[in-house]
Design a protein around this ligand. Sequence first.
Ligand code: MN
Length: 323
Amino acid sequence: MNFELFKSAIQNAKNILIISHVNPDGDTLGSMSALYQVILNNFDKSKDSINMVYNGIIPEIYKFIPYLDEAKTPKQVENNKYDLAIAVDIAAKDRMGDALPLFESIETKMNIDHHKTNTNFGTINFVRGDACSCGEVMLDIFNALDLKIDKNTACALYAAILTDTGGFRYENTTAQTLLRASELIKLGANPSQISRYCYESKPRNMVLLHANCMINAEFFDNNKIAGICITNKDMEKFHASNDYTEGLVEELRRIKTTEVSFVVKEVDENTSKVSLRSKTADVSVVAQVFNGGGHTFAAGCTIRKPVNIAKDKLVEEIRKVLG
Ligand SMILES: [Mn+2]
């Protein structure tokens, strides 16, 4: 990887836009915040020349990540001029949501990511499928260039790594992951505090929505496949915002018999959003059937069908990867 390209692109840029993905998670938000801070702390740039952009709602639990209160919506920045765009944790361009037209119009496009299905859509690409998170790719770039990482930057990167490894429990957790976590703690990240924010700060109705979903979960093929369908009616019943469904698909995977878990969520009467998790099978293959993508054990897609039909089609495809 040519890290000097990172440096020169930032040095040469007048105005920089950092873009996180739709339905933001801890990795995309933590990485975005860290990058914002590193640019401000290491380059001759002011806040007027850098914007962060998010799509949808920043989940309550991630609001502790430094500087996210300065992030803007695509609408707030659409008339600004930028010469460098940096996409963080974005597996495919459509994950930029409403920020995509702006991204396309910006001359230099940097793509920093860790999804193995990433197509290197940038003009400069830092994509490492072996990294546990975008936060890890980011930290390695900062270290390679000897950039200063302060306490708030370390906190943001730690949140990115912690959440994308499911609290250091998933297959993407390696010796390298823990070394980097250790390094970030030395730089000032507070592990117990960050864990409490990420895992013990859920809104009450989010937990109640999860309970309701669990009661209505469906099981297929000797319980190897476990799934939940969520309608807008369910969401209304619990006054749930979109981020309230986060974590459900992992909860279903926790069942001993589960090989593949899924959540199908109603977007509108003809559109369903799908999350997939697996213990052994490659669910990125399933997501790709529906033009989605992701990782071996965690993937997602959108199916242009009502929830129940989408679910049937999905179960059919999951059966194929389970063999
Ligand atoms: Mn990620």
